[in-house]
Design a protein around this ligand. Structure first.
Ligand SMILES: [Zn+2]
Length: 220
């Protein structure tokens, strides 16, 4: 069965890598508070954008993120904290598999961490899921490991390949297109994952997308 639904966001997008101490402290307390609330929802997926290094460099940003994760995670969490792969706009961290791997490597309780791939971000970051999906998945497996992949954000894109912009589009109306997205939901290494829509739609539009994609999902 295709597991597909609109994305429900919980306090995501705050800047874990923020260089200002007050922003960092706020991000940390919000993150810790969210995890505490989610204790009531075992097996939840807590997705977040790694943040930006705001000009101080990737290494610095990754060190800030991992410090925060090491300060908050106890290892007893009954959920996965997912690092989302990004499009690489501005000083954003996490647009390459290597950067995501580097974060995982520096977190003590790394068994709590997973990765969420966003089709729009991937394509924008320069991973060609339209023409070479197998190569992208194989590359991910080599660098991070498919066992770390816990969810997919399924979005089309308003912008061309490798443009490093984050502009989601309605399924089938963007540069990725319905054929490539159909291959993603049916791919033998991805089809068991939960897929979340973050397309610029209201509920009715999401209903249309879900109906369309469900019909394109092959039941074996
Ligand atoms: Zn996303």
């Amino acid at each position: 069965m295709l597991r597909l639904g609109p994305h429900i966001s919980i306090a995501k997008g705050f800047s874990q890598a923020a260089q200002k101490d007050d922003v960092y402290a706020f991000a940390k307390s919000t993150f810790a508070d969210d995890l505490k609330r989610l204790e009531a929802l075992p097996c939840a997926l807590y997705n977040f954008h790694p943040g930006s290094h705001t000009g101080k460099g990737i290494e610095y940003g990754i060190q800030r993120i991992t410090t925060l994760l090491n300060e908050v995670l106890t290892g007893d969490e009954k959920l996965y904290v997912l690092l989302e792969g990004m499009s690489g706009k501005g000083t954003e961290i996490g647009s390459t598999f290597e950067e995501l791997r580097s974060i995982i490597d520096q977190v003590t309780q790394s068994h709590v961490l997973g990765v969420c791939l966003d089709t729009c971000h991937l394509y924008s970051a320069g991973y060609d899921i339209v023409n070479q999906p197998d190569d992208v998945i194989e590359h991910f497996d080599q660098i991070i490991g498919l066992d770390h992949l816990k969810a997919i954000h399924l979005n089309d894109s308003k912008v061309p390949f490798e443009s490093h912009k984050d502009r989601h589009e309605i399924i089938g109306q963007g540069t990725i297109g319905i054929e490539a997205l159909t291959r993603v939901i049916n791919h033998s290494k991805l089809r068991h994952l939960p897929f979340f829509l973050e397309t610029p739609n209201e509920l009715e539009g999401h209903e249309v997308e879900i109906t369309k994609l469900s019909a394109l999902y092959k039941d074996y």
